[in-house]
Design a protein around this ligand. Structure first.
Ligand code: BES
Ligand code: MN
Ligand code: ZN
Length: 495
């Protein structure tokens, strides 16, 4: 769906549907006074009767009483006038587009930018409107035949330039938002695909296809033999239990001078995590197809950087593998040697994410990074600690942590910092190797990050644990595309 600015007065607008804000209390929008008198009468009647409550997310579809330029008006509640909060605005947009899904209209004209949102500027409104609309319109279709949803008819949404909002400001913000939404949708699509389709090779092919589409992107895919030469014994030990060969995918977006040190994003691309010999319980094991969501988010962010041709250097690294039980799989007690030279005692084969990430993090140093951020569905403990609302954040540098927290806050794709104190590090002691891959029952998210921190000592680094935020379970099971928005904001803030 396309979003374009529209700057004519309402009286001149021809549209099958106008989306208009209404409020539960206080003054109604001045825009209503610019409609023809029959519509004004109808709107004041439904407001008086309480058919349109004006509460956040309430909608009412009106047919224009006369055959005029506007065929329909969709009234959308935004709460009390002057007191609309960010979450009210988002739920209003979701409700509006949910209502539009079942209408036979191809284009709409949306006047929701007329609403003031507490503490937010116009760019935020354009961004959030587009992201919430695209989120509402998202459909998974890839493996559906007879149960495939009917395709939406809506293709264009005109964003009415209300008040003193310039159309150029709207179009600029819309362009950025659309690319972020494209990145989110790509990440969701990859994540929602089943493990038998979305394999490490599939991720590698997806990256190569991105490289063909965008000339700013350079793609490199390392095969197992090349990883072997680099000494990635930890990563390769995980993929040994799988018939699918591991891939180490790199995507380099070159948008600035070669002398500018890149941001390196490393995403866990575990396309299915059965736990290995330390096998997981079978309940909800299907959801472990989502164990590549970190990698998918990196691919989504790289796509966004390339689409917008951002003037910055960003590298994406995705170690991709499966984790399955097999005669050749890692066994508890096995000791492997990482690319960094540190030996690791694998006390639990289900703590495999850190085993593939540690070699990818060591490899990342070759890009001479300014900062490295890894994104991983790393620990069930993070879901216990933070639930599904906040991504866990741990870092060896507080400025970098604050930059990410701030980006998450702005994007509404939030993270919460946990401590990475030295006190936790002894939990990873092993009698037989330099470190163990698990740290006991306490502070699982922190000890996982402590493990990774041993491989990131040479650069500024942050770790995002998205185990709780990358997908939703239950009736609306599906990937969220998080934290593509947070990372996009982080990168945009640096441009
Ligand atoms: N991919 C899982 C983490 C996970 C579990 C994410 C559930 C989302 C929901 C990871 O590979 C894993 O299995 N971690 C173990 C670590 C433990 C063995 C120390 C876990 O969290 O149980
Ligand atoms: Mn695991
Ligand atoms: Zn895993």
């Amino acid at each position: 769906m396309q979003f374009v600015s529209k700057s004519s007065p309402i009286a001149n607008i021809t549209s099958p549907c106008l989306i208009l804000p209404v409020y539960s209390k206080g003054k109604q929008s001045k825009l209503i006074e610019t409609l023809d008198s029959d519509l004004q009468t109808l709107i004041s009647t439904v407001l008086k009767q309480g058919d349109a409550s004006g509460k956040p997310g309430n909608t009412l579809l009106l047919q224009a009483p006369k055959d005029g330029k506007l065929k329909r008006v969709l009234l959308v509640g935004l709460g009390e006038q002057g007191k609309t909060r960010a979450e009210d605005f988002n739920s209003a947009v979701c409700a509006a587009f949910t209502a539009l899904k079942s209408l036979p209209v191809k284009t709409v004209c949306c006047a929701l930018l007329d609403t003031d949102v507490t503490g937010k500027d116009s760019e935020w409104k354009v961004r959030q409107l587009i992201l919430s609309a695209r989120e509402t319109m998202y459909q998974y279709t890839e493996t559906l035949t007879t149960s495939a949803p009917e395709a939406h008819r809506l293709t264009t949404c005109q964003l009415l330039a209300c008040g003193n909002l310039k159309p150029s400001v709207i179009d600029k913000a819309a362009n950025i938002a659309s690319s972020i939404a494209n990145g989110i949708n790509s990440a969701k699509k990859l994540a929602n695909l089943p493990g038998n389709i979305c394999t490490p090779s599939y991720l590698a092919e997806h990256a190569k296809a991105l490289g063909k589409q965008h000339k700013s992107l350079k793609i490199t895919v390392l095969e197992e033999a090349q990883m072997e030469k680099l000494g990635m014994g930890s990563l390769l030990s995980v993929s040994r239990g799988s018939r699918q060969p591991a891939k180490l995918i790199s995507l380099e977006h070159k948008g600035a001078a070669a002398s500018q040190k890149p941001i390196v994003l490393v995403g866990k691309g575990l396309t299915f995590d059965a736990g290995g010999i330390s096998i997981k319980p079978s309940a909800a094991m299907d959801e472990m197809k989502y164990d590549m969501c970190g990698g998918a988010s990196v691919l989504g962010v790289m796509q966004m950087c390339a689409e917008l041709n951002l003037p910055i250097n960003v590298v994406g690294v995705v170690p991709a593998s499966e984790n399955l039980p097999d005669g050749d799989a890692n066994k508890p007690g096995d000791i492997v040697t990482s690319m960094a030279g540190l030996t690791i005692e694998i006390l639990n084969t289900d703590a495999e994410g850190r085993l593939i990430l540690c070699d990818a993090l060591t490899y990342s140093a070759k890009f001479k990074p300014d900062v490295v951020i890894d994104i991983a569905t790393l620990t069930g403990a993070c879901v216990v600690a933070l639930g599904k609302h906040a991504t866990g954040l741990l870092a060896n540098n507080d400025d970098l942590a604050n930059e990410l927290l701030d980006a998450g806050q702005k994007a509404g794709d939030k993270a919460w910092q946990l401590p990475l104190w030295d006190e936790y590090k002894p939990q990873l002691k092993s009698n037989f190797a330099d470190l163990a891959n698990i740290g006991g029952p306490g502070a699982g998210t922190i000890t996982a990050a402590c493990f990774l921190s041993r491989f990131t000592e040479d650069y500024r680094w942050a770790h995002l644990d998205i185990a709780g935020t990358a997908w939703k379970s239950g009736a609306d099971k599906g990937a969220t595309g998080r934290p593509v928005h947070m990372l996009s904001q982080f990168i945009l803030d640096r441009c």
